[in-house]
Ligand binder design. Structure first.
Ligand code: THU
Length: 129
């Protein structure tokens, strides 16, 4: 399931700029209309300025004018299935609904799917302002 989006995440992973961690992460986000945008982690010598693949993917799409998103696929070099970090969850929550799907996969092809609402319950958002 979602093979095409996972393939796009793998394609994105090849664009990772990760000379410090050597941990390449790729993401692909799909809009409501089925368009796909890529993201990869981009690291910085000032380590904390590094940005994750999930955020570059959604920022890439936002800058192309997209505002409605269905799902995101994520892959890394790890044998583990990785899930978005806290900062990325919060950024996704700014633009995606609770039922937004996150398809997490690893190099062995194992996959887990969770919604944004499941991985970031009881979140702070614009509804609270
Ligand atoms: N990273 C991501 O791009 N996404 C994640 O979900 C976890 C971590 C990146 C940040 C850094 O470049 C490298 O992985 C190691 O933490």
């Amino acid at each position: 399931m979602f093979e095409n989006l996972i393939e796009k995440a793998k394609e994105a992973q090849l664009k990772s700029i990760s000379p410090y961690s050597n941990f390449r992460v790729g993401a692909a986000i799909e809009t409501d209309e089925g368009k796909i945008y890529l993201g990869a982690n981009i690291e910085n010598a000032s380590y904390s300025l590094t940005i994750c693949a999930e955020r570059t993917a959604i920022f890439n799409a936002l800058l192309s004018g997209e505002r409605k998103f269905k799902r995101l696929a994520l892959i890394s070099d790890s044998e583990n299935i990785i899930s978005p970090c806290g900062a990325c969850r919060q950024v996704l929550a700014e633009f995606c609904n609770q039922d937004f799907e996150i398809i997490m996969t690893n190099q062995k092809g194992e996959t887990k799917i969770a919604t944004l609402g499941e991985i970031l319950p009881f979140s702070f958002s614009k509804k609270d302002l």
